[in-house]
Design a protein around this ligand. Sequence first.
Ligand SMILES: [Fe+2]
Length: 332
Amino acid sequence: MDFLGIDRVVFGATDLGQANDFFTQWGLKRTRKTLNTLVFETGNGNQVVVKREDDRSLPAKMAAHQEFREVIFGLSKQSDFDTIYQNLSTDRLVEIDDEGIMHTVDDSGIHIGFRWVRDHKKERPRDTLWNSPGNKKRVDLISNVYSQAHPFKMGHIVFFVPDTKVAENFYRQRLGFWLSDRYVGGAGVFLRWAKKSEHHNLFFVKSRTDSLALHHIAFEVDSIHEVFGGGVAFSKKGWPTEVGPGRHPISSAYFWYFKNPLGGAVEYFCDADFVTENWKPHQYRVNRFSEWHLIDGIEVKDDGKLRPSLKGAKEIDQQKKNAMAAPVKAST
Ligand SMILES: [Fe+2]
């Protein structure tokens, strides 16, 4: 199977205005707005679709407390689309809608779909030039500064499931996903959709309540500069941190998670490991969520002391001049 990625995620919403603010301030481009539907895109064209929660075209909620409805995977070849249709049709209802998107339900109960992407955007991601000891790539140039993130793509999606083995078997045996790493005892499994891919594109976590839920959707950005700059900007707009920033030992990525008002979290991440058929899956026994992380974001104080304005600098100069000019009292 030649998966292009997460082509689309679908949410319902009672407050489309809030959803509009959340995803545009997250850094997605709004490409469609009607009375009932909002569509947002990443740099490479992956879509977040939000529809009014009572829209009859929406799949049912997966968890009562969340508005997540469906994830659609993109495929580069029609032959792969046809193979999946034939395979999954053998033991479940599979429907193709007017857009040509195939919809079904996986063995955990998650609404999934597939789309043959004929109009795949091949936009180049932005480059980040790094200087390290003995290796200077950025010469006579100031490095990137981000006052707003613009996620390039959706890199992975994570779910709580009742049984990670059921989830793993479905994606590996029916859709050709690869095992990247796992936590022993069924606590969690990291899967990728191709032998050469980012460390994980799907991660299933054992639910303590044996119920389904969206954990988070991860949006890839250029670099740690964009994770921090974008995260600070998003925080300043008032959106609360779920956890972060920080760094994962598994996948090596830097991260910053924010609470999604429609359920679960959204994550800025960068610099994830890229693995091939030579990768040897690990069997982790203890939680390796982070090398380090902040619990509640970064508080940015902009009191002007570190970066005086021109007016502030002139006032400081004037105070010094006044002090120099002041008459010196005669000593007795
Ligand atoms: Fe993640």
